[in-house]
Write a protein that binds this ligand. Structure first.
Ligand code: FAD
Length: 376
């Protein structure tokens, strides 16, 4: 057998697993059906600007282990995500913090803001996302900053979405626009592509190669173990039915202006604007007046879409029905002895990048524990 591992998917799960296996002396073949590596972290250069082709990717983590791992293969800048919400032309800081409360109600003290929110809260047991949001943040924030955005994102009324999609909506009673609560945050200075290249160094890589075009039936002639990061329902030929996913359409434009919106991310929270957000990519690389060094800018509008077999499955829809269906596929996967399932699509989990890497590290350790060929 030529390879220790056949890894399906060059996204962060596949690439991290390949790195760990290669470091341990294993031979990996890593394939991807897309024409490039990196999965959803892939970037393209447009007019000297590193454009996040599949939506903005900001790396953030609380995990020391993950941060130590990624810093071996990339140097990160200190990008801090501070998005702006645009509701019918009124601008608000996100996440919800004292700046937001001042903009919305002219509240200037935490006590004033707390009293307003408390007076607007829903007090019953939330049966859907709308009631959950009303219980957590009250009517004004829900109606202006959550409802329209969430309904566009999921293509359903908030009354028909499960409450646990938003387990918590952090309210910060401080003037702090830093979106993430994590000690580590940034963007690779040389870009995600270079980071992924370093993870894949030493592996054999084939892009434009779909696992289901041939290899699926006789992969055991190629490798000892399969690492599969595609859709788990597709792997089992939709035996129990199809899992639901949500897709996106990206509309990217190059503009002859150095600074279009003054911020990396603007969320459009009303129901009428058909896109959810506009990303201005140069902000991920530079800040302050460095923005003006390039006279052009590149923006992307993000339109949520229903998933169809011709589109990309970006988000699992983790409601009760889909989670139940997934548990059937997971039970099948649990019986496999030479197949490892990992990543957003194979684990049907809304993983961030750090969680994806942590999952690959965990699965590699489990594999090492079971397989003494590569030692522990
Ligand atoms: P993927 O990146 O999807 O990689 C899977 C790969 O497998 C794909 O390249 C696919 O082409 C390939 N594949 C699938 N089926 C086959 C097949 N049959 N044959 C061959 N190849 C196959 N996370 C953050 O931490 N911060 C962010 O700011 C952030 N922003 C995001 C924005 C958007 C719009 C999206 C969609 C995700 C975002 N994420 C973010 C999440 C992040 O993208 C994921 O955590 C991570 O990319 C998951 O990696 P993965 O390897 O599991 O999946």
């Amino acid at each position: 057998m030529e390879y220790d591992f056949l890894i399906v998917g060059t996204g962060l799960f596949g690439a991290t697993f390949a790195r760990l296996a290669t470091n341990a002396g294993c031979k990996c073949l890593v394939i991807d059906r897309r024409p490039h590596t990196g999965g959803n972290t892939h970037c393209i250069d447009i007019s000297g600007i590193n454009v996040h082709q599949y939506g903005p990717h900001i790396f953030h983590t609380k995990s020391e282990d993950v941060w130590r791992f990624v810093n071996k293969y990339a140097t990160f800048n200190r990008f801090t995500l501070s998005p702006i919400a645009n509701y019918h032309g009124q601008l608000y800081n996100l996440p919800f913090n004292m700046n937001t409360f001042r903009q919305m109600w002219d509240a200037t003290t935490p006590q004033q803001a707390m009293a307003i929110i408390d007076s607007q809260r829903y007090h019953g047991t939330p049966r859907n996302l709308e009631e959950q949001a009303l219980a957590l943040v009250g009517k004004d924030i829900y109606e202006q900053l959550i409802k329209g955005y969430t309904e566009k994102q999921w293509g359903r009324s908030c009354r028909n979405l499960p409450p646990d999609i938003i387990k918590r909506l952090p309210l910060r009673y401080t003037f702090d626009n830093n979106y993430f609560d994590d000690p580590y945050q940034g963007i690779p200075i040389d870009g995600y592509n270079s980071f992924i290249d370093k993870l894949l160094q030493g592996s054999e890589v084939m892009t434009g190669c779909d696992f289901f075009d041939g290899l699926a039936n006789d992969w055991r002639h190629t490798a000892h173990t399969l690492v599969y990061t595609g859709m788990i329902d597709q792997f089992y030929q939709y035996r129990y039915g199809r899992l639901q996913y949500r897709s996106l359409r990206f509309e990217t434009e190059t503009l002859q202006t150095p600074n279009y919106q003054g911020v990396a991310q603007m969320n459009f929270t009303d129901a009428n604007t058909p896109y959810t957000r506009i990303i201005e990519h140069k902000y991920f690389q530079c800040s302050g007046n460095d923005i003006y060094h390039n006279p052009m800018t590149v923006i992307t509008r993000e339109y949520p879409q229903p998933y169809t077999p011709d589109s990309e499955p970006y988000y699992p829809v983790n409601d009760d029905t889909n989670n139940r269906l997934y548990s059937l596929y997971k039970a099948l996967a649990g019986k496999e002895t030479d197949i490892i399932f990992g990543g957003r699509l194979a684990e049907y989990r809304y993983y961030n990048m750090d969680q994806t890497i942590a999952s690959a590290m965990r699965k590699w350790s489990q594999y090492q524990g079971q397989d003494n060929r590569h030692g522990t």
